[in-house]
Design a protein. Structure first.
Length: 82
């Protein structure tokens, strides 16, 4: 079964659990709040840095998020995916 059909078939179930899916128009990063935050993170915390590998970049991103959290009084929660 195609993934999008499988996902759409679960909408009613998810809504009953309080989860709502809002689809954004294609190519509309200004409507996705994380895109604005990612832009600020790149400009304010990561600009001008060079990284040896993806691991170093990941550590810098996590440190930048922590810095922004502390500076702006934000609550940030870290998730780990398998």
């Amino acid at each position: 079964m195609h993934t999008s059909k499988l996902t759409k078939s679960n909408y009613d179930k998810w809504e009953s659990l309080g989860l709502y899916i809002f689809l954004l128009p294609t190519y509309s990063p200004e409507l996705n709040r994380i895109e604005n935050e990612w832009q600020r993170l790149k400009e304010d915390e990561l600009a001008g840095q060079m990284f040896e590998d993806e691991y170093e970049l990941a550590l810098a991103v996590m440190a930048g998020i922590q810095t922004r959290q502390n500076r702006n009084g934000l609550a940030v929660k870290r998730f780990r995916f398998n």
